[in-house]
Design a protein around this ligand. Sequence first.
Ligand SMILES: *Cc1c(COP(=O)(O)O)cnc(C)c1O
Length: 423
Amino acid sequence: MDFTENYAHMLDEQDVLASYRKEFYIKKDGIYLDGNSLGLLSKRAEQALLDLLESWKLYGIDGWTEGKNPWFYLSETLGKELAPIVGAAPEEVIVTGSTTTNLHQLVSTFYKPIGKKTKILADELNFPSDIYALQSQLMQKGYDPEKHLVRVASGDGQTLREEDIIAAMSDDIALIVLPAVLYRSGQILDMELLAKEAHKRGITIGFDLCHSIGAIPHELSAWDIDFAFWCNYKHLNGGPGATGGLFVNKRHFGMKPGLAGWFSSRKDKQFDMEHVLTPAEDAGAYQIGTPNVLSMAPLIGSLSMFNEAGMGKIREKSLKLTGYMIDLIVHELDGHGLVLRNPLDVQKRGGHIYLEHPEAARICKALKAEGIIPDFRAPNGIRLAPVALYNTFEEVWKAVQVLKTIMVEEKYKQYENKRGVVA
Ligand SMILES: *Cc1c(COP(=O)(O)O)cnc(C)c1O
């Protein structure tokens, strides 16, 4: 290991994905390390959105069925593009809704309390929106979330142990919803093992892929996951508010969507306008209403980059970037009170680094003032995501040097230790 800038240059020269960086809009004199919250705009995504506007201009209503990307089939078309990214069959994936609405849809469909099996198992570190959705779903069914939402505890406040999750799979659990990658610590849960253990006990299991999709490979079909859901605006660079996605295992095809609408229909039946729904025979059945076509368009361009580069190469570079950042942090920042809280093990480490410090909010402000974009998570977390398609090793090197200067010179002390409205 060499801690010089030259070494970073050498790593960049060896980078087989280096050519993708110039396809993105990257601010000069800035280092963007927040791709796990909102991915950057690529030229392909921009072009896809402009093409879509053009089809509106040209075709009006006929754009639903005419042009390069007919809007009526776009959710399915993009589902096919996403399938290899999550390790699913093309018909198991659909682009629709948002993380939270897709979770509502899937819980409405898969949560079937019966006899003693009435509880939902989640974890105490999960993202609030998922927890709110689960609580409200329980209330819809007349259950008290205080008693019926079981949250696996974390031993260290940042990670979960699969053994603890398995131990919590008691015979009163009907459904499990967990993150694939934890949004703070970036820990990867062993989805295959958890699905196997859940199924042994007759429990349905679904995963939130918000922080894993586009960062790590998945094999949702092979792991026999029941369902999954995610947003497309983080690692997948689909743009602010990009339409989300969901996966439903083939085994479950034919189940009625819990929240139905006319877009749940078989495509050939939808415009028959009958009052009896004929649901699509695949994941398309879990759509509800007219898709947000303009919020899907950038994905046409963005996903083409992921499929071209391949998740294998993306993961390989991502691990190199995060590994390099960890080494630099350990070497340069020792003694400054910054504690690395993400798993170090490559099997367990997602696409971002997580540091804790009591002054995290103002350290992030100081980083931003120097052009480095981190992500603050209350009360004391700093997330740094060097992203495979557009960040460089040199940027990682520079970011750590700047962070070091901020700590050594206590530059953060000129800011208030309080978070902004967003992050
Ligand atoms: C980003 C994120 C969300 C956001 O949900 P939206 O419905 O897209 O607002 C939900 N859950 C997790 C785990 C996330 O990381």
